[in-house]
Write a protein that binds this ligand. Structure first.
Ligand SMILES: [Zn+2]
Length: 623
């Protein structure tokens, strides 16, 4: 059994508008130019920011765009071939050069920026249009005033950065790309094994596949992963303490422009409201699958009547076009440019990174660019992933065009809004098409597939977050923050299983958990502390916002596009105000759970009753 031909094999991105090759002499030329610009920046602006802030911002923007051009190119090249020695060495050399020189010459900028007195800044907002335009960026940078260290320390940290935890994370990606397991006599990559688990209709086969995955992670890989997590949590503890953060999540929350309180409310609501809903849903799923209890490998299983025919890439393209068009022709046109301009790399092949991502940046010109990376194998989930990444892509293009280099990147927590929204749009388009046909089984399969996804991005990510908080020695209930310990693989396995059971129930209640203890070890998001809760936040926030469409009618689309264009210029409260929503209120998050997950589950239960499948008191009747 080999991966089916989907047409994605020939969909490769064209990076030639950036550079011709990794050894293109223009890359070194740009690095040399950058180093000269850093020096010039230091000469012109050190000690002068209060007088010439506008000019400094203009020059800083020019520098950042050139840096991004080099790094975007090398990063994208590496993603399609993680083991390529030439790319690896070029990235390492470039990072060393740039962090060395920018540590030397640029460290003063942020230190002096936060030190400008408020009155001077207010005067600059009035008389300098560049400063005025960058007011949201300046205000955000200045929120970190308390946490910026002295210039020599910041300088040393920047120079040291390529040799810290990020290097462990990079090597982790390489090791992960090498993971293989043998299934039915054939070697399979981790991406392929995970895909097969979610596509197989045979429970025994899924269990075998999961045992192969868990086994392939055990041993050296899990040990390396445990050590990487120790490097990440240890260095983050030392640095965050020096920077006077009150808890290990505070830096992330602040850069997400969200208060610690809102983040805690999110964790509480997902654990207490979404968790029980998810368990109610899995009882229904178990009834459909005729399994009690289910094994963990059955969690994302297709229903017996789910159509698992491989979807060609051309069909996926057409689905995205029509569904985006059904919400907004303007967004659909923007998304179609990714196909026309060869900005998608689609095939799943060995040597590529796992998963999918979008990378957007503003390059010299200024020109907003955006690329989509996939491992497309033709499942329904892969079509949704394409929608997801194109949602990020149109967000990146719109914000890049409207805000320029420094203010285009929405923080992770609401960067996920556009992608979740794009998935919802595609889902609702497919749903209304099925409602017209009257095919209840296919409709139910679509809805339950969507519920699986929503649970995976909300409930599961908060389960990850509980694990991660423990890893970082943080207990929000008592607000204690202990230095992280060096945890063994066995201890991490135990933390993982507890975090899983907390949201998914005791073993035997809904699931049994054999062959799941090493699954923490391949979650590379843990290398970016407290990144994962952003997914849950984006998911619930988007469901709340999506539910406003009927009320806002025609006003919704322009409000939504305006929100995408705002990039990083608004905090979460300002972002949602035009939709009359208030994320500081716990009700907002409960509504997000009920409008999304709750409504979908009620729909799935009703359709199941129509088809004769009922769940009562945990005991299920299957007819
Ligand atoms: Zn995303």
């Amino acid at each position: 059994m080999t991966a089916a031909v989907t047409g994605a094999e020939s969909i490769r991105w064209d990076l030639s508008s950036l550079y011709a090759a990794v050894d293109d002499p223009r890359i070194d030329g740009d690095i040399q130019r950058l180093v000269a610009f850093y020096k010039g920046f230091h000469q012109s602006f050190k000690g002068q920011l209060s007088q010439s802030l506008g000019a400094a911002i203009t020059e800083y923007t020019r520098i950042r765009m050139i840096e991004d051009k080099i790094l975007v190119y090398l990063y994208l090249r590496q993603s399609t071939n993680v083991a390529d020695a030439a790319v690896k060495s070029k990235i390492a050399g470039t990072e060393r050069m740039l962090s060395g020189a920018s540590g030397e010459y640029m460290a003063f900028f942020n230190v002096e920026l936060v030190a400008i007195d408020e009155l001077t800044l207010v005067q600059l907002y009035e008389k300098d249009p560049v400063v005025a335009r960058h007011r949201p960026w300046l205000e955000h940078a200045r929120l970190f005033k308390l946490h910026v260290l002295s210039e020599p320390v910041e300088s040393a940290l920047t120079k040291r950065s390529p040799f810290g935890p990020s290097a462990w994370g990079e090597f982790f990606d390489e090791l992960e790309a090498d993971i293989e397991g043998v299934f039915n006599g054939e070697k399979r990559t981790l991406t392929e094994l995970l895909h097969l688990i979610s596509e197989s209709k045979d429970s025994r086969q899924r269990a075998v596949l999961l045992s192969i995955v868990n086994e392939s992670l055990a041993g050296t890989f899990a040990k390396y992963s445990a050590q990487t997590l120790y490097m990440v949590s240890g260095s983050s503890f030392v640095e965050n303490k020096e920077r006077l953060y009150a808890n290990p999540m505070a830096a992330r929350n602040k850069s997400n422009r969200i208060s610690d309180n809102i983040v805690e409310t999110l964790h509480r609501v997902v654990t207490d409201v979404a968790g029980p809903l998810a368990r109610r849903y899995y009882r229904l799923k178990a009834a459909h699958l005729g399994l009690k209890p289910m094994q963990w490998s059955d969690r994302n299983a297709p229903l017996p009547f789910t159509d698992t025919t491989v979807i060609s890439f051309a069909d996926a393209h057409e689905t995205i076009r029509s569904s985006f068009e059904s919400f907004s022709p303007a967004l659909s046109a923007l998304a179609m440019r990714f196909f026309d301009e060869k900005r998608i790399d689609a095939p799943a092949e060995k040597g590529k990174r796992g998963g999918a991502f979008n990378f957007s940046a503003v390059l010299p010109g200024p020109v907003p660019v955006s690329y989509v990376f996939l491992n497309y194998l033709g499942s329904n989930r892969d079509v949704m992933t394409l929608a997801h990444e194109l949602g990020h892509g149109v967000h990146g293009m719109l914000a890049g065009e409207a805000q320029g280099c420094l203010m285009s990147q929405a923080p992770i927590a609401y960067a996920e809004t556009a992608s979740v929204f794009a998935e919802m749009t595609t889902f609702n388009f497919l749903k209304s098409r099925l409602i017209k046909t009257g095919d209840k089984k296919s409709l139910l399969a679509l809805i339950m597939g969507k519920i699986d996804d929503v649970i995976n991005t909300s409930v599961r990510q908060i389960s990850f977050s509980h694990f991660e908080r423990r890893l970082h020695g943080f207990d929000p209930a008592t607000n204690t923050w202990a230095p992280p310990r060096k945890l063994s693989v066995e201890e991490l396995n135990a933390f993982w299983m507890e975090a899983t059971r907390q949201l998914y129930g005791a073993s035997g209640d809904i699931f049994t958990y054999e062959n799941t203890d090493h699954l923490w070890s391949y979650i590379s998001h843990f290398h970016h502390p407290f990144y994962v809760y952003g997914y849950a936040l984006g998911e619930l926030l988007t469901h709340s916002m999506y539910a406003q469409q009927p009320r806002l009618g025609k006003r919704f689309e322009p409000l939504y596009i305006d929100m995408l264009r705002s990039g990083s210029t608004r905090d979460i409260v300002a972002l949602l105000k035009p939709f009359d929503l208030d994320p500081a209120d716990e009700r907002f998050w409960v509504d997000g759970v009920e409008a999304g997950l709750g409504a979908l589950i009620a729909e799935a239960e009703q359709l199941s009753r129509d088809l004769g499948v009922v769940v009562t008191n945990g005991a299920h009747l299957l007819s």
